[in-house]
Design a protein around this ligand. Structure first.
Ligand SMILES: *Cc1c(COP(=O)(O)O)cnc(C)c1O
Length: 417
């Protein structure tokens, strides 16, 4: 068995005791969402035959159709498009945006600069890549206030008659800001619709699913999207994404995913259907495990003298735990320590590399069953100042605990604690 220094073990025990009350709150959210998912399965009479998958055009794949209905139900939406054909979260979000926007329209993000991989989706006018701006769709953003809140003065100024879609990113992504709760997103929806009633509100829901009792579609968001190798895939979905929301808008996105007029009526599920259903079934509970792990990480690293965001005691609306380090060496030791605790590829030492879609070298701990699956315990850190690691996930709370102990011990062994 791994041996950890007494000091580290004591920090962890104290952090665990401190967070007891938070853990009970997280269990209650997990119960609420678990039952919500089970009841949605029951309402749509999910049966064994829905899992069989399909080939070719896959017309009338009842498993695929019911999966969309179940997702729509769980997310309180009119319709959903849940497919293994989405290659990533970025692809899913891009499909939604290209579905909604036409040349001459404008996309306005009101939560500041979006997640790194979306920068190239937005692109630049005439960049030749087929980005939104290359197609003559313009883009604007309202930076957040210094305290991380929405700059409403800027938003009011930037909403024009060409503003077709308002973009909101729920999760902090790779930024040292707070994530936006579902309640805050609801308030944003009301505010932008008061300014421009026909604007479409799109929410990048990545990492947020099942961390609260409600989802953005339940507080007025018109369309949301996320990745199945994050929260709603429950660690079992092998690939894919989902889009939920207003029926007409989901249809537009489906036309972009396949072809106009065809939409979601085709698309072979091959062997993925059971994993996507079973993953959704498990997701609320596994998200609860991961969120508990994030709270523990905040508590133990605060004890060890590091700044964390959110703090252990603060409410959560996503999986991500940001921890601030004082330099690249500490950051790298932390990420390598998380990797060392993995069941898969625990023997591999991660290094920083220039990942497609990212603007700085990124180091990632991703000892996962699903490649890049970040409902599994993982950590990402762009190697840039300020040195912040973003950790997330954990299919079991116990694994997160093991990861935190191993990361702290790795730092201590290198005299970085
Ligand atoms: C992960 C993520 C994305 C992109 O998803 P990928 O699967 O990495 O392409 C977009 N937005 C946010 C907030 C994310 O967390």
């Amino acid at each position: 068995m791994a041996v950890f220094s007494e000091e580290i073990v004591n920090w962890l025990k104290a952090a665990e005791q401190q967070a007891e009350g938070r853990f009970r709150e997280i269990d209650q959210i997990a119960d609420h969402n678990q039952w919500k998912v089970i009841e949605a399965f029951q309402r749509h009479q999910v049966s064994d035959y829905h899992f069989s998958g399909s080939t070719g055009y896959a017309y009338n794949d009842r498993g695929r159709e019911v999966l969309d209905l179940v997702y729509a139900d769980v997310f309180g939406a009119e319709a959903a498009l849940v497919r293994p054909h989405f290659a990533s979260g970025t692809h899913t979000i891009a499909t939604a945006l290209f579905g909604l926007l036409r040349p001459g329209d404008e996309l306005l993000y009101i939560t500041g600069r979006p997640y790194d991989t979306l920068h190239k989706v937005i692109g630049k006018p005439g960049d030749g890549s087929g980005s939104l701006q290359d197609f003559g769709i313009t883009y604007n953003e309202a930076e957040l206030n210094a305290d991380g809140s929405i700059d409403w003065e800027a938003v009011r100024e930037k909403i024009t008659d060409r503003t077709k879609v308002i973009g909101i990113q729920r999760s902090r992504g790779y930024d040292w800001r707070d994530s936006f709760t579902v309640e805050q997103i609801g308030a944003m929806v009301r505010e932008v619709k008061a300014i421009k009633p026909d604007v479409i509100v799109f929410v990048d829901n990545c990492y947020g699913e099942f961390t609260e009792e409600r989802e953005p579609t339940e507080v007025g968001a018109d369309l949301i999207a996320g990745s199945l190798i994050k929260n709603p895939g429950g660690g079992l979905a092998e690939t894919g994404g989902y889009i939920c929301g207003r029926e007409d808008l989901v249809r537009l996105a489906s036309y972009r995913l396949t072809a106009p007029g065809i939409g979601g009526e085709v698309g072979a599920m091959l062997g993925t259907t059971r994993g996507i259903y079973q993953g959704l079934f498990l997701a609320p509970t596994i998200v609860g495990q991961a969120v508990k792990g994030s709270v523990l990480a905040a508590a133990v690293f605060e004890r060890a003298g590091f700044a964390s965001r959110p703090k252990w005691s603060e409410p959560r609306t996503d999986l991500i735990q940001a921890i601030s380090f004082s330099g690249a060496e500490q950051l790298i030791a932390f990420v390598q320590g998380i990797q060392k605790a993995a069941a898969v590829d625990g023997h591999v030492v991660p290094e920083a590399w220039d990942m497609p879609g990212y603007e700085h070298p990124v180091i990632m701990a991703a000892g996962t069953f699903i490649q890049g699956g970040s409902l599994e315990l993982s950590a990402d850190a762009p190697i840039r100042s300020p040195y912040i690691a973003y950790m997330q996930g954990g299919l079991t709370y116990s694994h997160v605990k093991f990861g935190l102990l191993t990361a702290l011990q790795t730092m201590k062994d290198r005299n970085l604690l």
